[in-house]
Design a protein. Structure first.
Length: 478
């Protein structure tokens, strides 16, 4: 059975690329009838950021990535935590020391700093020079009681090879790979040891992670060999890049996953877009359901090249998903953003439910709605100055306003069809082009030159607000 894991470190809010990796693992598991496991790699206590684990779990939950097992039997699954498994890593690290495949390193931070400076002065590559690997048993015994780390003894000759599931054959010269730290002086393992041990004990069959971990491949493959374990199938997915070709960062726009949620992206749209960030279904499809993605996903269709993350394309896709929402679902998704902006409360919620659907066809982000709909929730309209100047003093404006005020007031059914009928009657009576009525009326009612369909907008405003705003417009346009 396929078993994959998502193994984030709680050292900050999750990056969109990190969540993309989780999605690839989840989709692969679901498509193959396998298991998706979440493991929090929290052994780097110096970099631990309070609240980041909660944000990570909330992000994958929002995206719909459920996981299949955890350390607690019964009830909702909890993720595994490496900090609760330190005794396992310590036992294995010391076993390798006893077997001569690892060694204790007593070099202090001061010694390591001096070593690095000397190497730089000689214009040599910097790295640990393996001096403690050459200590005799008596020299090691002389350090008894001193702080130490455990380093893995990398082979000094030959190459380490691995057939990556995405990139093909990868190899590194062993002499160029340092004797990496497996166990730190505080007793916590490094990523390299804990990752390998847990992937083996949790019977992970496929590792799907970012390209930035390719350089760790020889360490992990050699550690598997030293422990006599078969490594899982490694698959390194391309990094997400900005349009300028550099690694995706804040200067390109939102990168923390929570930012996308706060901006009003829909979960299904985000899922669709992230699935296509480096993977292709093999055709021109862009809008794909979760079921289609799960059915068609395969590791051999993941690109080997970095993928450019286009915020504009994501925004377009989100707009497509918003258009397809049933009206009641769109309204429910929108209301929290209007509440947060302070323009919707319990007393005007029914009114809000009438006006929200007017922007469904055009809005790209739910966070845009407070600004787009704000004119519905105020008693005084601030008109676009340039547009107001265009219509001020035009001969027909006064007659138009008076006629529409009378017509709208007399309407028994204040609905779009009736509003359009009497408005067009007024246009015909005035003998002016359609735009000479529709545009200044929109300006009078919303203060803007663009917006929802005029007649639907007037119906949503209601008779009282509409007439009051037309009366108010007399003071601005005449």
């Amino acid at each position: 059975m396929v078993r994959v894991r998502y193994a984030p470190s709680p050292t900050g809010m999750p990056h969109v690329g990190n969540i993309r990796t989780a999605l690839f693992n989840w989709v692969f598991a679901r498509g193959s009838g396998g298991k998706f496991i979440v493991r929090i790699e929290d052994t780097d206590r110096n970099r631990y950021v309070p609240g980041s684990e909660e944000d990570i779990l909330a992000s994958i939950q929002w995206l719909g990535l459920d996981y299949d097992e955890g350390p607690i039997v019964g009830g909702p699954f909890a993720p595994y935590h490496q900090s609760e498994r330190t005794h396992i890593y310590q036992e294995i690290a010391h076993r390798l020391v006893d077997e001569g495949k690892a060694y204790k390193c007593f070099c202090t931070p001061e010694i390591l700093d001096a070593m690095r400076k000397e190497q730089e002065a000689r214009k040599q590559p910097t790295g640990y020079d393996r001096r403690c690997r050459r200590l005799s048993k008596d020299e090691v015994k002389a350090h008894e009681g001193d702080p130490y780390v455990v380093r893995f003894a990398m082979p000094l000759e030959g190459v380490t090879q691995y057939n990556d599931g995405i990139h093909g054959l990868i190899e590194f010269r062993n002499i160029l790979v340092d004797d990496f730290v497996m166990l730190k002086s505080d007793g916590y393992p490094t990523y390299h040891l804990a990752n390998v041990v847990d992937d083996h004990l949790m019977e992970i069959t496929h590792v799907i992670r970012g390209d930035e971990w390719i350089s760790s491949m020889p360490r992990h493959v050699q550690l598997y060999a030293a422990l006599g374990w078969e490594p899982p199938k490694l698959n390194h997915v391309p990094l997400l890049m900005g349009p300028d070709g550099s690694k995706l960062s804040k200067r390109h726009g939102a990168v923390q996953f929570s930012d996308f949620i706060q901006q009003g992206y829909l979960s299904d749209a985000m899922f669709n877009f992230l699935a296509l960030c480096g993977w292709s279904p093999g055709d021109e499809r862009e809008i794909m359901s979760r079921e289609e993605i799960i059915r068609d996903f395969s590791l051999d269709r993941i690109s080997t090249n970095p993928f450019v993350f286009h915020h504009d394309k994501l925004k377009w896709m989100n707009g497509q998903y918003i258009k397809r929402l049933p009206i009641d679902e769109f309204v429910e998704a929108a209301v929290p953003f209007l509440r947060k902006a302070g323009i919707v409360a319990e007393e005007n919620l029914d009114y809000a439910r009438k006006v929200i659907p007017l922007e469904q066809e055009k809005v790209k982000l739910l966070s845009e709605l407070p600004e787009l709909l704000s004119f519905f929730f105020t008693d005084r309209i601030a008109m676009d100055e340039a547009a107001a100047k265009k219509w001020q003093g035009m001969p027909h404006i006064g007659q138009m306003l008076d006629a529409l005020i009378r017509s709208y007031t007399d309407l028994e059914r204040f609905e779009p069809e009736e509003i359009e009928r009497v408005t067009r009657d007024t246009i015909a009576w005035l003998g002016v082009p359609n735009g000479h009525v529709i545009h200044p009326v929109r300006l009078a009612l919303s203060g803007r030159t663009t917006g929802p369909g005029l007649f639907e907008m007037i119906a949503a405003l209601g008779k009282e607000r509409t007439v009051a705003r037309l009366e108010q417009a007399k003071r601005s346009l005449l």
